[in-house]
Write a protein that binds this ligand. Structure first.
Ligand code: ZN
Length: 243
């Protein structure tokens, strides 16, 4: 018997237990603070060195890199280790699915990764850790070491397009899966939100784990409003024993 392919779409809610607030959602910190939003908006970032300096100071202060995976991230990794085919499509940039032990090739990061930096001129990548060490050492707007270009986090800023290759892979997995679990996402930000509808159109069971109602609750086979840290592990253990 073939085990069903499980696709998990994760949003900010899966990482709040790890101390990472919702920055970019419809009610996220950035959307409520226009000055903060500028720090992560591509045109402002590229045009204004002062915005970049504030942006690096913000990243130094938020310690996102120090966050650790929580029980929900670990449960996803355990599901994969148990032999169930799992793919994660995440709206998060924190890299916590991979830190929990899920192989990186099984994680699609729709909004990129805050653990890397990329040069906006030559596209060279490097660890965020190294860039932050340069900020600690006194460079307030570290430039690309290869070409001197403007360095930015390898995340999709406001005003930037999602990587079409990543989006294409996410769509393919959504169409192929038998079970689609949306966890910790309000399903209000496109195109990630639309994936829930694509999944049901292609016959997948849709399970939603989220504190607040979502526009896709009506379509779902099951909606769970319990805290993610306990609800997701319980749900995934059920899948392991059923498979
Ligand atoms: Zn460069």
């Amino acid at each position: 018997m073939n085990k069903p392919l499980v696709a998990i779409l994760s949003g900010a809610g899966i990482s709040t237990d790890s101390g990472i607030p919702d920055y970019r959602g419809p009610n996220g910190l950035w959307r409520r603070d226009p000055e903060a939003e500028k720090l992560v908006t591509y045109d402002y970032y590229m045009a204004d060195p002062e915005i970049r300096r504030r942006s690096w100071r913000m990243r130094r202060a938020t310690h996102t890199l120090n966050a650790a995976p929580n029980s929900a991230h670990r449960a996803v990794a355990e599901l994969e280790r148990s032999g169930v085919p799992v793919r994660v499509i995440t709206q998060n940039v924190d890299g916590l699915h991979q830190l929990a032990g899920l192989p990186a090739r099984k994680v699609l990061e729709l909004h990129g990764s805050a653990r890397s930096v990329v040069c906006t001129a030559c596209h060279t990548r490097g660890p965020m850790e190294d860039a932050l060490a340069r900020v600690d050492a006194g460079e307030d707007d570290p430039a690309c070491l290869e070409c001197g270009g403007v360095l930015k986090p390898a995340t999709v800023m406001f005003g930037e397009r999602l990587d079409p290759a990543v989006l294409g892979d996410a769509l393919a997995i959504t169409k192929a899966c038998q079970i689609f679990i949306a966890v910790g996402t309000s399903l209000q930000v496109q195109p990630a939100a639309g994936l829930a509808g694509v999944a049901t159109d292609h016959g997948a069971r849709l399970l939603i784990v989220n504190a607040e109602p979502t526009p896709y609750d009506e379509l779902a086979d099951e909606v769970i409003r319990e805290p993610i840290g306990t609800a997701l592990p319980a749900l995934l253990r059920g899948l392991t024993t059923a498979a």
